[in-house]
Design a protein around this ligand. Structure first.
Ligand code: NPG
Length: 374
């Protein structure tokens, strides 16, 4: 394929309810969207998962914009031999970091390839599922009672797994209130987004009695060694998210015993090719994976749904329907869930239409990148 134009856009989209994690709150998302045009007329959209502030990773929407415009777009534009399987390596060569920026472009190339091949994106990736199990991620709430009430509502709505965000001061008591209210069988997990240190090990051990599916990323994002020490002291499996940026890091996790489950976010690891490597490595080691979320619009969600159709995505992902996040999503049809399942699109490309008029209305910045221009 020959990519001949990329349009960058920044849109603003308000969340229906603010989302609070241990490192900050998001009320309105600024989302970087890419529109990719192939020389033969195929076009698709992709999304960069970077946030406004560097409180999840070092990348932000502004660093991603700069990286795409100044470094990455020219590596793919105008070359006649572009393939989805090699786009990631072209973008990674001699580059440190900027994985979210690279992923937005790389995944867009996969969607273009899916259109050109007339095959669903999920099957191009090797996905086999027709539906994926949906989990919900609940932000930190003002009180244990408020969290228990919110979690009960989610269970009633059919979600197959409930993730509770925790931080020191909003942890054991909060999770216990949910466990007591929902009962022993409710599929619960927690996510700390790096909020603890090994000095908190005894406190975290109290989670064991709450019979959680996993505790996600309790310690610092670059720290596998201390996660391994903590895992030795916990019965609850540790799941790593922020720490796993490459397949090599996943290998380290497995070798060190730093965790037993991985949350794969394609945006975090530089795109689909690296996600597939992590998926396959984990499958070989009987390490389950699930697909994380970054409060994506319906465009980014399409990519997560396609990836989650792969066989080793055996646990429900953070891939809720559009209504969980937005009063009105930017795609039609919006993503919906039935009995806790989102259907995997069987059409080529991202499987949903982008509402371009609505996107125009939400756009606050645009830039067009073409072949031959640095
Ligand atoms: O459903 O998209 C979703 C949200 C899932 O909890 C979620 N994401 O740490 O995984 C995370 C968290 C997050 C969201 C992190 C936004 C950073 C920004």
């Amino acid at each position: 394929m020959n990519l001949d134009q990329i349009v960058l856009r920044e849109i603003r989209l308000a969340l229906r309810e603010p989302f609070r994690i241990s490192s900050g709150e998001t009320g309105e998302r600024h989302i970087l969207l890419l529109q990719l045009f192939d020389a033969d007329g195929a076009t698709t959209w992709s999304e960069c998962v970077a946030g406004e502030r560097p409180n999840y990773s070092a990348e932000t929407i502004d660093t991603a914009w700069l990286a795409l415009r100044d470094w990455f777009a020219s590596r793919l534009l105008g070359r006649g031999d572009l393939e989805p399987t090699t786009a990631g390596a072209l973008l990674a060569k001699d580059v440190r970091g900027h994985r979210m920026a690279r992923a937005a472009l790389e995944m867009g190339v996969w969607a273009l390839a899916s259109l050109r091949a007339g095959r669903p994106l999920s099957s191009l990736l090797g996905g086999t599922r027709k539906g994926i199990e949906v989990g919900i991620s609940l932000g930190i709430q003002p009180s244990p009672e408020a969290l228990a009430e919110r979690a009960a509502r989610a269970l009633g709505e059919g979600y197959r797994r409930i993730k509770l965000k925790i931080e020191p001061g909003a942890d054991i008591e909060y999770v216990r209130a949910v466990r007591t209210s929902l009962g022993a069988g409710a599929p619960l997990m927690v996510d700390a987004n790096n909020a603890y240190t090994l000095a908190d090990a005894e406190r975290l051990q109290q989670l064991d009695e709450l019979r959680l599916l996993m505790v996600e990323q309790p310690l610092e994002y670059e720290d596998l060694l201390r996660h391994a020490e903590l895992q030795r002291r916990l019965q609850t499996p540790i799941c790593l998210d922020e720490s796993i940026t490459t397949a090599a890091r996943a290998e380290d996790m497995i070798a060190l015993g730093a965790g037993r489950i991985i949350n794969i976010k394609p945006g975090r690891v530089g795109g689909f090719a690296e996600s597939l490597r992590i998926h396959d490595l984990c499958a070989q080691h009987a390490v389950p994976v699930w697909c994380g979320g970054m409060l994506e619009s319906g465009v980014g969600r399409a990519y997560n749904v396609a990836l989650a159709a792969l066989p080793n995505f055996t646990m429900p992902g953070d891939i809720s329907p559009s209504r969980r996040y937005w009063a009105r999503d930017i795609v039609t049809p919006e993503w919906t869930m039935r009995d806790g399942i989102i259907a995997v699109p069987q059409a080529p490309g991202i499987g949903v239409e982008v509402d371009v008029d609505y996107v125009d209305h939400l756009t606050i910045r645009t830039e067009i990148l073409r072949a031959g221009r640095p």
